[in-house]
Write a protein that binds this ligand. Structure first.
Ligand code: DX5
Ligand code: ZN
Length: 224
């Protein structure tokens, strides 16, 4: 079955002083990716639940919350409760069984996502991922926008796609970091179907055109 690519602009590259307008500029996208960082799990601090709640109230498209925080089991359900479409926690940050977080997220009405850093192998999570709706394969080290795509992680995307295509898993395969016109095709060919793009969208003169172009490139690579 042909996959439909979803484009998720990352608000991290937007103008934080004008967040409401910035959400409108990407109204043609599928999900609005919101990076929550706590200055502990990653060496950067962004925003937390009160600000995400304000974004949820004005966003024309569903929120995709990427939590780069410690103790996700404690904080993640709050993002589901405020109405986020998908809430993703990092496997490396979970102190207990990530499936407990997935259960809480789903109970609160969100899709449950599990993220892995570039150096984290997929093996060991293949069984756990049966309880998740999204696998986020980081294609840069989490923490900052505008970094270069790490193609070395694509075998994990390929393996995840294989697990989905053979019926072992049912989830979105999302890539995040360094996705742009030069890299989106290789990510799509490897099997990704959700594409986060920060600088490639918000750094463009016309974000709507950038979104359409990325979507067309990904769709061509997926069907090609
Ligand atoms: C990085 C964030 C990404 C970031 C992507 O830690 O998770 O979502 O915003 O930005 P670009 O697309 O510029 O690499
Ligand atoms: Zn992200």
């Amino acid at each position: 079955m042909p996959r439909t690519p979803l484009i998720a602009p990352s608000l991290l590259s937007a103008d934080f002083a004008r967040i409401a307008e910035e959400t409108q500029r990407v109204a043609d996208a599928d999900w609005l990716h919101v990076d929550v960082m706590d200055a502990h799990f990653v060496p950067n601090l962004t925003l937390g639940r009160p600000v995400v709640e304000a974004i949820q109230a004005v966003s024309p498209i569903p929120l995709d919350c990427h939590l780069m925080i410690e103790a996700p089991e404690r904080w993640a359900p709050g993002y589901a409760e405020l109405g986020a479409k998908n809430v993703t926690v990092h496997a490396e940050a979970c102190t207990g069984d990530p499936r407990d977080v997935a259960r809480d997220l789903r109970a609160a009405g969100a899709l449950a996502g599990l993220a892995i850093k570039p150096g984290t192998p997929l093996e060991g999570y293949e069984e756990i991922l049966r309880d998740f709706d999204t696998l986020l394969v980081m294609t840069v080290e989490p923490g900052f926008g505008g970094q270069s795509f790490i193609a070395d992680v694509l075998p994990k995307v390929r393996r995840a796609r294989e697990l989905v295509d053979t019926g072992h898993l049912t989830l979105f395969v999302e890539v995040d970091g360094g996705i742009n016109a030069d890299t989106i095709e290789q990510a799509a060919e490897a099997g990704a179907d959700v594409f986060v793009a920060g600088s490639a969208v918000y750094g463009a003169d016309d974000p709507a055109r950038a979104i359409a172009a990325l979507r067309a490139q990904a769709a061509a690579a997926l069907t090609g």
